[in-house]
Ligand binder design. Structure first.
Ligand code: PDD
Length: 288
């Protein structure tokens, strides 16, 4: 599959960036992951808004306007074809320059785009739910930026995998922030709760959609801080992301969450989300 690199469409196996690229040397860059259903990029404008914000916060010059990004995403989708679901990955680094921590005087951002098949989470996994572990949030204090510097996230996710779990749910100052690569929701007494966005967590696009869907359909929902004990006593726990959608967590640190099976509120939300996807696949502009 061809990839996009700095204005060119290249063979994915042979596309190269310099060893002096600041993404390689410093993790000095930002990225986006956008799900594509039936050839339609889901919530593209929200993803591009977030990319623009990440660029602004990291003071990386914006390499493209909205039409430019749209053309790259369209080019990737065209190469993939409309059959099957996919995820578009966009990355911008500060560019190539002699190694120096401070910003280089002259560097053009490196822009990279690729598209990969997006495999739906197995129905059997959804029926059972997944396991998660709880860990201290060891990451930096600007997790609202979708930075490619993901060492903390990588180490935490690996800990989860080695514990036989799908995700690490992170705690900072006694409060839930998010997962290593997902946002966290809990359900308690029928109410859906997720931590409010601040600099300690990423404003997930899926998180936003779940909030919108819940509000639109009149479900009880609230953005509020979640204490660790509240998480451990939750009736339901969900993880949300563009690639995993809405995953029910049924075991937390080896103990069952609620009844130990995906809960009724998750089933409702999952149905609403799937309906959204189906509408998008048909080319509907409105998803609910
Ligand atoms: N990650 N929080 C973190 C730390 C994430 O890495 C992600 C997604 C999310 C969910 O955001 P969204 O709903 O916009 O995907 C929250 C992507 C999928 C990744 O790194 O592959």
């Amino acid at each position: 599959m061809q990839v996009y690199l700095n204005g060119q469409w290249l063979d994915g196996d042979s596309a190269c960036v310099s060893v002096l690229d600041r993404g390689f040397l410093f993790g000095d860059g930002v990225y986006e992951v956008i799900p594509v259903y039936g050839g339609y990029a889901f919530r593209l404008q929200a993803h591009l808004n977030r990319l623009q914000r990440s660029l602004h916060e990291t003071r990386i010059p914006e390499p493209h306007d909205r039409e430019g990004w749209q053309a790259i995403v369209d080019g990737l989708i065209e190469r993939f074809g409309a059959d099957g679901d996919a995820s578009v990955y966009l990355q911008v680094t500060r560019g190539v320059a002699q190694r120096d921590h401070a910003f280089p005087a002259e560097a053009r951002p490196t822009v990279f785009g690729m598209i990969n098949p997006l495999h739906p989470v197995d129905e059997a996994v959804l029926e059972q739910g997944v396991a998660a572990i709880v860990r201290e949030d060891i990451r930096w204090h600007r997790c609202d930026i979708k930075s490619i510097s993901l060492l903390g996230n990588v180490l935490l996710r690996q800990e989860a995998v080695e514990a036989g779990a799908a995700e690490a749910i992170l705690i900072r100052d006694g409060l839930v922030t998010e997962g290593a690569a997902s946002n966290v929701f809990v359900v308690k007494s029928g109410e859906i709760i997720t931590p409010p966005t601040d600099e300690c967590l990423l404003g997930g696009i899926t998180r936003e959609l779940v909030l919108e869907l819940a509000r639109f359909h009149g479900l009880a929902v609230r953005e509020a801080p979640i204490r660790e004990l509240f998480l451990r006593n939750a009736d339901e726990i969900w993880l949300t992301s563009s690639t995993k959608e809405i995953l029910p967590v049924t075991r937390l640190d080896g103990k069952p969450v609620g009844e130990g099976v995906p809960g009724p509120v998750w089933h409702t939300m999952r149905e609403l989300y799937v309906r959204c996807k189906e509408r998008l696949r048909r080319g509907d502009k409105i998803c609910y």
